[in-house]
Design a protein around this ligand. Structure first.
Ligand SMILES: [Zn+2]
Length: 301
């Protein structure tokens, strides 16, 4: 208990009852607050799973404020801010955080300052789960592992899940990255084609021989070539991560580990849409949607 009085609102639950002319049937029900949403999100993606360098949780907002509309996105950009203001949303759930570095002035002439001023001016709160959502038992990497039908899925780096509420959302192992065996061994070339279909993209980058046999696949969304040693230790034939630097590509190739690089956006954006569905199904009275204005800043030309 917080000691705070619950925010109440009136909702019309039915038509005028027969025999009661002019008397509406009103029912006072508790209103969903930012605190309700952050509590749910912190169970879905416990913040203790976040990396130590990360900046996760409620970054802007008042937990006591009511919520009617939520927008999810991968990253807060000027397009997303404009969309959120136009839709009059109360809360943005952005996978990537803002405010990574301390700021000393908040001015509109700075791109980040302009977005922050717009959000605060419009009364829009911001929550970012980031690496907690990457690693959660129903998080991005687990979702990717399920898209590929991996068998015997385990985290590449195990972290205990501190929440044991019995929710089906929280079943399974938590930790950074995932690995597992493909339902059928295939060539790297075939797995790349399958990846394009699964992530709905036209092209990707690849490191390794197209004819190499892939039995065990490692997965680490975003920019996560740091998991190359973990994938090798887990016996993976390939690691799927969003993007990797040139020297990491050389390191993987020289170690005999294939890389599948569909792009940072392609590995993480689908989970933002899934997150909107999860929130909508849990908070049926609210309106939840994924941003339709954000898009991958990297174009293939
Ligand atoms: Zn990312």
């Amino acid at each position: 208990m917080t000691g705070r009085m619950p925010i109440l609102r009136r909702r019309i639950r039915g038509l005028t009852p027969p025999g009661s002319p002019g008397q509406c049937l009103l029912q006072v029900v508790p209103m969903t607050t930012i605190a309700d949403i952050t509590h749910f999100l912190s169970e879905l993606a416990p913040l203790t799973l976040a990396e130590s360098w990360d900046n996760v949780g409620l970054l802007i907002g008042d937990t006591a404020r009511p919520v009617d509309r939520i927008l999810t996105c991968l990253t807060v950009t000027p397009d997303v801010v404009a969309e959120a203001v136009a839709l009059r949303v109360d809360l943005i759930v952005s996978h990537h955080p803002m405010l990574f570095k301390p700021i000393q002035r908040l001015v509109a002439s700075d791109p980040q300052g302009s977005m922050l001023l717009s959000l605060i001016g419009a009364g829009i709160a911001l929550y970012s789960p980031h690496t907690a959502f990457d690693s959660a038992s129903a998080g991005i990497n687990q979702q990717l592992a399920e898209r590929f039908g991996l068998l015997g899925v385990h985290p590449l780096r195990i972290k205990p899940n501190p929440v044991t509420s019995g929710s089906p959302l929280l079943e399974g192992a938590s930790g950074a990255g995932r690995y597992g065996d493909l339902p059928q061994p295939c060539t790297l070339d075939e797995l790349c084609e399958s990846t394009k279909q699964q992530l709905n993209i036209a092209s990707l980058q690849r490191v390794g021989s197209p004819a190499a046999t892939i039995r065990r696949l490692g997965i680490a969304c975003g920019a996560a070539a740091e998991f190359i040693p973990d994938a090798l230790a887990a016996g993976c034939d390939a690691l799927l991560t969003g993007e990797a630097r040139f020297h990491d590509c050389l390191r993987a190739r020289d170690s005999g580990l294939a890389l599948i690089l569909p792009g940072h956006y392609a590995t993480e954006r689908p989970a933002v849409e899934t997150l909107a569905d999860i929130l909508q199904s849990h908070f049926a009275d609210l309106t939840v949607s994924a941003s339709v204005q954000e898009h991958d800043p990297v174009e293939i030309v």
